[in-house]
Design a protein around this ligand. Sequence first.
Ligand code: HEM
Ligand code: MG
Length: 331
Amino acid sequence: RPPPPPGPLADDSSKLVHDAAHPYQDLKPGDQRGPCPALNTLASHGYLPRNGVATPVQIVTAVQEGFNLENSFARFLTYSTFLVNGNPLTNLMSIGDATPLTGQNPPKPATVAGLDTHNNCEGDTSMTRNDAFFGDNHSFQEDRFQNFVKYSKKYGAGKYNYTAAAQLRKFLIQDSTQRNPQFSLVSPRLFTAFAESVFPINFFVDGRDKSGQLDLDTARSFFQNMTFPPNFHRRAGAVSNVGQDVVTDLLPNFKPGSNTKGVNTYKADPTSANLDQPCVRYTNFVNKNIKSLYPNPTGNLKDALKTNLQYLYEATVAAGDGCTQVFPYGH
Ligand code: HEM
Ligand code: MG
């Protein structure tokens, strides 16, 4: 039975996290890195296993310890990605591509293909990674980072802040609408896209700096080099997606949806949860996304899925969402 996730940090004050016990080390052949600059960095410094293959408990522990991500948010993000992209039989998930390091797979249609898997947590309009339609959805792209630089210069006086985050997100949505015939921005990806816009401000700014402005060298250190800057201190106090309202306020008419007939054919999808519908997100995720990957699990697999679904639901309770629990595999 997979062990339960940890609770909040006992001490969530700021502290040195780029310390002597956590030096950066280059990748070895076979090590996995993927679309998330935070998890990549945590693996490169040994807060996660350096091979990039981790259990849910290790991921929750590492994002709290290294960045001070709030507990219920960390748990929801971790179990929702794990249920789609991880191996419930071995309790291991790759933070990048599919790898034999996660062990013997459960039967198809389960995928167990790591965080690079398109259209669950990973999706279109990433700040520094291309849309999957263009091929590689997980490697750092300099031209996309240059948009991040451009919007930080134009709207943040050379720093990435909430204003720049909102303008960049607006641009990225327009850009994908115009260039990606398969562009889609629906739940669950919808939620990660908007949260990720403010994560660099909330978590990549050194804890001793209260400006709310991320300098571009520090941004590059995380996004491209997967490294804490020298002497990096995590933020003081756990948070999640504070500031996201600045981003959504700039896009009052935005609705989740997709390009349905090629570029510039964006249509709202009424079946997708909106950002203010966490329970629709939860229920559809379990009954549609998970059920389609695991239509009729049995034995150990069924038990592991039920336990991980229980941990996912408990994260919604801890977040205060007030959702009704759903049981696709019985009580
Ligand atoms: C992107 C997973 C925690 C910052 C992503 C993506 C995944 C992911 C799958 C790709 C989404 C995409 O852009 O298409 C996770 C998981 C976490 C976690 C499972 C566990 C709790 C964090 C934390 C931070 C963070 C703690 C900040 C310290 C980001 C940012 C991106 C991202 C900024 C966007 C990259 C870009 O747009 O270029 N994450 N993440 N993540 N993550 Fe994480
Ligand atoms: Mg992406």
